[in-house]
Design a binder for this molecule. Structure first.
Ligand SMILES: *Cc1c(COP(=O)(O)O)cnc(C)c1O
Length: 740
């Protein structure tokens, strides 16, 4: 399996990446062999490539342990304000290389593996992606953990340890087929189970109102078992924790009416409880009101709040009183409305269990919580049916009603007689099935609300009428980068796989019908274009199968042109746009999401901006959008649509794409034809510039130089100051002695 580099390549590599200390290398080799023997229980005769990966992962992991324990000890002693980032998704990707880079171990490991006749990159390729996310929202959470550790914030990521992450996408005969992502099959060397910190989470039951408050009784208990993953900062010896909860049935689960048949069934039924953490919902920007999903949302929130309060009481209770200082010691950031139940759950704990007055509890709750909105698309907004809530979380429904009653009282006093306003701003949507609007809950229950880009925050402010939206919190960002040398740019572009004349279509693929049909259309167009003798190898259409963090890391640096072409006002921010910009691609895009700020930072002339602005879209909406006007006026567009509709790309099934065409012609909410003409004109400008490498490269340099704003370190420093009331310390801890 080993594929050693040539001596020439090795010298080149070492001269670029710095020398690895001999001592370090010797020790790494020893520890690697020790793990192969004692942890993997293998010798070199029978070890597989995966065994070698695990031996290396364990060797690197050992270097985290002292730093991790000491960081947590440091937090316990200093007792700084803690940040809790609660998210239903953490799209982490792989861990090994990131850990080696942050601990400055990469070169030494590479050399150690080389000396053992192994190729480190091949071993790295054995690691499964931790795909516990759908896309931008989950990837953002992962970047934020990284930045919070790098900035020395006492931060924790809290989420769910899904047994199955985002599905693996297979393309079979041009169609998407989903396959279960069994990412834990071979074990996960980066996590540590903490069964001693297991917490009970309750569901169902009913409430009892008595003289000493409200009791939630007859509930069913599911245990939350925490798994901790270390989150190292960049070369600062800080290691924070991501704690993911796994659902575990209690021993007595369903065992109440005990008999022989009942016992076997009761053990089998443990699956019902444990299904809570079985699988990530593959819904990106789409709300599906399933009970299991609501269970997941409450599960993570309940277990996390118990942890937060335990940690808070362990330290702060002795000095100050509980009810005055939670928000001074604790900040809770809600990644979208998915963990919105933190608000009524915190109220339940403070009022029902800690016996605080409602007013005091509410004050603490609002000061503690902050909410990030990720979209304005109506189909994505969480609106849970009241009936479902009443059944699963009866006490929380009462609390939400009380929050709403007081909220509407304030509005009614401020705007007497404005019933329309009351209806619009209510947490409860009436009419047909009653629903709880979770975004409204988050807005009233938080002291800060932010969007993910300037334009998105502006749209929120204009549509939601809340004074506390923090518009300056724009841009959600990927990683850091530092200046390039002009003369290196072209070389870097070539070496990273950019090839002239290639277009790459990077399309995220949720498991929905229209999305699947669009994927089928892309593969069908590929079948025609890629086999056309006239086109030859001048143009290929390739659908990148199974897009995920590891594939993004390879594909994005290889791209020349980044297409960010959402209709203005529909994409909240985008983050892929920033990654391409950072990695030397030019952008063709609309004035939407973070494209607006990218144009501002790099200079509008250095992007290819086209299409309607938000104002134009609003005007078009007033006038009425009619796809056929564009279809009739633009012969090229007509031809393309006719070809799709007529089976040019699907000769065996001429009707295959009729419904896509029908959607585009008759109910296209995104009004894509309205941007078509300008898009094609703009692509001609792209083509012309691409023929002039010097001018193209100049724009690339302006883009790379201008993307500093899109660093997640920068964003987190701003969150810390403006939302969490903290100052990033940039503190470094002393390096521990890693010797064992
Ligand atoms: C960045 C990223 C996304 C989000 O991309 P957008 O262009 O912001 O939608 C999705 N998936 C992966 C793997 C990513 O790295």
């Amino acid at each position: 399996m080993s594929k050693p580099l040539s001596d020439h390549d090795r010298k080149k590599q070492i001269s670029v990446r710095g020398l690895a200390g001999v001592e370090n290398v010797t020790e790494l080799k020893q520890n690697f062999n020790r793990h192969l023997h004692f942890t993997l229980v293998k010798d070199r005769n029978v070890a597989t490539k995966r065994d070698y990966y695990f031996a290396l992962a364990n060797t690197v992991r050992d270097h985290l342990i002292g730093r991790w324990i000491r960081t947590q000890q440091h937090y316990y002693e200093k007792d700084p304000k803690r940040v809790y980032y609660i998210s239903l998704e953490f799209y982490m990707g792989r861990t090994l290389q990131n850990t080696m880079v942050n601990l400055a171990l990469e070169n030494a490991c590479d050399e150690a593996m080389y000396q053992l006749g192994l190729d480190m990159e091949e071993l790295e390729d054995m690691e499964e992606d931790a795909g516990l996310g759908n896309g931008g929202l989950g990837r953002l959470a992962a970047c934020f953990l990284d930045s919070m550790a790098s900035l020395g914030l006492a931060a924790y990521g809290y989420g769910i340890r899904y047994e199955f992450g985002i599905f693996n996408q297979k393309i079979v005969n041009g169609w998407q087929v989903e396959e279960a992502d069994d990412w834990l099959r071979y074990g996960n060397p980066w996590e540590k189970a903490r069964p001693e910190y297991m917490r009970p989470v309750r569901f169902y039951g009913r409430t009892e109102h008595g003289p000493d408050g409200v009791k939630w009784v007859d509930a069913q208990v599911v245990l939350a078992l925490p798994y901790d993953t270390p989150v190292p900062g960049y070369r600062n010896n800080i290691v924070n924790t991501m704690r993911l909860w796994s659902a575990k049935a209690p021993c007595e689960f369903n065992l109440k009416d005990f008999n022989v048949g009942g016992y076997i069934q009761a053990v089998l039924d443990r699956n019902l409880a444990e299904n809570i953490s079985r699988v990530l919902y593959p819904n990106d920007n789409f709300f599906e009101g399933k009970e299991l999903r609501l269970k997941q949302e409450y599960f993570v929130v309940s277990a996390t709040l118990q942890d937060i309060i335990r940690r808070f009481k362990a330290k702060s209770n002795s000095v100050l009183t509980f009810n005055d200082v939670l928000h001074i010691q604790v900040a809770i950031q809600l990644n979208d409305t998915h963990p919105a139940m933190a608000i009524p759950e915190l109220m339940r704990v403070l009022v029902d269990e800690e016996k605080l007055s409602w007013d005091k509890a509410w004050d603490i709750c609002v000061r503690t919580c902050a909410y990030t909105n990720h979209t304005v698309l109506p189909e994505a907004l969480e609106r849970w049916p009241v009936d479902l809530f009443a059944h699963l979380l009866p006490r929380h429904l009462e609390i939400v009603y009380e929050i709403n009653r007081r909220h509407l009282e304030v509005i009614a006093a401020k705007y007497p007689g404005d019933n329309d306003r009351l209806r619009r701003m209510s947490l409860i949507e009436e009419g047909g099935q009653k629903r709880i609007n979770m975004a409204h809950l988050c807005i009233v229950g938080s002291h800060a609300v932010n969007g993910v880009a300037q334009i998105h925050s502006d749209i929120l402010k204009a549509t939601v009428y809340v004074p506390k939206i923090n518009s300056s919190l724009s841009g959600l960002h990927y990683c850091n980068f530092f200046p390039f040398f002009f003369f290196l740019i072209r070389a870097v572009c070539r070496a990273s796989g950019k090839r002239p004349g290639w277009r790459e279509l990077l399309t995220a693929a949720p498991g929905y019908h229209t999305a699947k049909m669009i994927i089928r259309l892309i593969t069908a167009i590929g079948d025609v274009v890629n086999n056309d003798p006239v086109i030859g190898d001048r143009l290929k259409v390739i659908f990148l199968e199974n897009y995920r963090v590891t594939l993004a890391e390879k594909a994005i640096p290889a791209a020349d042109l980044s297409e960010q072409i959402s209709t203005a006002g529909t994409e909240a921010s985008g983050t892929g746009n920033m990654k391409f910009m950072l990695n030397g691609a030019l952008t063709i895009g609309t004035m939407d999401g973070a494209n607006v700020e990218m144009a501002e930072e790099a200079g509008e002339d250095n992007l290819f901006i086209f299409g309607m602005r938000v104002d134009d879209v609003d005007k078009l909406d007033m006038k009425g959008y009619h796809a056929e006007e564009y279809y009739n006026r633009l012969p090229e567009l007509k031809q393309a649509i006719d070809q799709i509709a007529g089976g040019f790309f699907s000769p065996k099934q001429p009707d295959l794409f009729k419904e896509i065409v029908n959607m585009l012609m008759h109910h296209d909410r995104f009004k894509v034809f309205a941007d078509y003409e300008d898009y094609i004109k703009c692509q001609e400008k792209v083509n012309a510039l691409y023929k002039n490498p010097k001018e193209w490269t100049k724009k690339v340099i302006y883009n790379i130089a201008g993307c500093g704003k899109f660093s997640s370190d920068r964003t987190i420093a701003q969150y810390a100051r403006e939302i969490w009331g903290m100052e990033p310390t940039l503190e470094k801890l002393p390096a521990p002695d890693d010797k064992q």
